[in-house]
Write a protein that binds this ligand. Structure first.
Ligand SMILES: [Zn+2]
Length: 477
């Protein structure tokens, strides 16, 4: 299947049309975009406190560029509207509004008090992972549910297509199903993220990617146990039963791998991929670890590789291309832990993600260099509005460390997404682009971040930064 060309985009959000008039840097052979799904600043910090007992020790804390990003979708619709009505705006000043309110936010798990006007503001008009992935991958705002699909009901060209056309290889790695919203945003186009089978089929048929790793194995349950005759629905993540037969029999364009041993052999360099492309499914229908029984940390499934292993394996395959590559790595279940207000597993998932970032940094420093590779670490939106125990009295009061190995003290303010400003870290070729386009946002001092980090970009700018770094020009027809 040929990449789908974009039709008119004239009615898209205004930010989409105002590309910064900067020269294309074009020094980056490789871009690695790492997304921890659904992670506000205090979620990052909760994991760091558990891990180190203090902040500043994650590998990305040393990155040259640290800014924040806005994440709101184009509108509140769940399907194309062909209209500018209901366009969602974002005003940082309203985030910081600490005026007391006596509202109640009705969540899925229960009710959450309002406390301050700023919390109500960030709990409204939030993006889903599909619109957020589209913004990151296509540089365009769209409606929630859209996978590279415009509000005018047209497919939109995403960075995976640009990258493949530039001669680079595309890789996508996720700790959840590869046809789930975030990975799909770098591989496919669909009017609705819920069309898993169609998305899975497009990913396999298009042969756009060189590497696709994720969960969503139809023959293993959420505890990694083999299932002889799965439910029909279990096959949808890989495109349906027919696609599964062809994929597992090696009758698609992808070599198929699934065992933890194979992923580890690929990561260590002991195994080579025979053909041009590889699709790997960890032996779990849901995620690498999060969906196993229980709610506590620990007792990890031995059947699943770590996200770091998947990342290293992908880098070893992609690094074979002299022209370079674009790799998206998603920690997909941090979001699911936040939806469940499950702090231990949120921390567990975030540490797995952070370890994957360390693996990518090591790979760059061993096999490439910062002169030719850009790493971006960010999230697609907040989730849970995790704050400190005193955040009912003081707006945005931070989580409180109890030392390494102990759960920090926290307070949840929702069980779904938010439109809070979220962290972005970047290092390497083209990272300065973020600094050049960022707008000062002094309110970010509320998060106790250094002055250089009190700057704001929009999630659509991530696409532009990656394109700029690789010297690829956007087609704006
Ligand atoms: Zn998300």
């Amino acid at each position: 299947m040929k990449p789908i060309r974009i039709a008119a985009l004239a009615l898209m959000g205004s930010t989409a049309l105002v590309a910064p008039a900067l020269a294309q840097d074009g020094n980056a052979r490789n871009v690695i975009l790492m997304i921890t799904d659904g992670t506000g600043i205090e979620s990052f910090r909760a994991a760091s406190y558990y891990r180190f007992g203090k902040l500043g020790h994650e590998v990305y804390d040393d990155f040259d560029v640290q800014v924040f990003t806005s994440t709101h979708p184009l509108n509140g619709s769940s399907e194309p509207t062909n209209s500018d009505e209901g366009t969602i705006t974002f005003d940082p000043a309203q985030v910081w509004n600490d005026q007391a309110v006596d509202t109640v936010f009705e969540g899925s798990l229960g009710n959450y008090e309002g406390y301050v006007a700023g919390y109500d503001y960030v709990r409204a008009d939030y993006t889903d992972s599909a619109a957020a992935a589209t913004a990151l991958a296509s540089g365009r705002k769209t409606y929630n549910n859209a996978i590279n699909w415009s509000n005018n009901d047209e497919p939109m060209r995403h960075i995976g297509e640009y990258v493949a056309d530039s001669g680079r290889s595309l890789g996508v790695v996720s700790s959840v199903q590869f046809s789930h919203a975030t990975p799909a945003g770098f591989l496919a186009h669909n009017r609705s993220r819920n069309e898993y089978a169609a998305i899975g089929a497009e990913i396999i048929d298009s042969e756009l990617a060189t590497v696709v790793f994720g969960a969503g194995h139809p023959h293993y349950d959420a505890n990694g146990r083999y299932v002889e005759t799965p439910d029909e629905r279990a096959y949808r993540y890989v495109g349906g039963q027919d696609y599964w037969q062809r994929l597992s029999n090696g009758e698609t364009g992808f070599q198929f791998i699934e065992s933890r041993d194979d992923f580890e052999a690929l990561a260590s360099g002991e195994m080579q991929i025979e053909g041009e492309r590889v699709l790997g499914l960890a032996q779990n229908v849901q995620s690498l670890q999060f969906n196993r029984d229980g709610v506590a940390m620990g007792n990890l499934l031995e059947t699943s590789p770590s996200l770091a292993t998947l990342t290293l394996g992908a880098l070893n395959v992609l690094g074979e291309n002299e022209e370079g590559f674009f790799l998206m790595v998603e920690g997909g279940a941090i979001d699911w832990a936040a939806h469940a207000n499950n702090l231990p597993r949120l921390i567990e998932e975030q540490i797995d993600f952070n370890t994957a970032v360390e693996a990518a940094v090591d790979w760059v420093e061993t096999n490439s260099s910062w002169d030719e590779t850009l790493i971006i670490v960010t999230t697609d939106h907040g989730n849970g509005l995790l704050q400190g125990p005193d955040s009912d009295k003081v707006a945005y009061s931070p989580v409180v460390s109890q030392g390494a190995g102990a759960l920090p003290l926290v307070r949840w303010h929702t069980d779904t997404h938010t439109r809070e400003m979220v962290p972005l870290y970047a290092q390497g070729a083209g990272a300065d682009f973020f600094r050049e386009i960022a707008q000062e946002e002094p309110g970010l001092a509320t998060y106790n971040v250094k002055a250089e980090a009190q700057y704001l970009i929009d999630n659509t700018d991530v696409f532009r930064a990656a394109m700029n770094a690789m010297g690829i020009e956007e087609v704006s027809n």
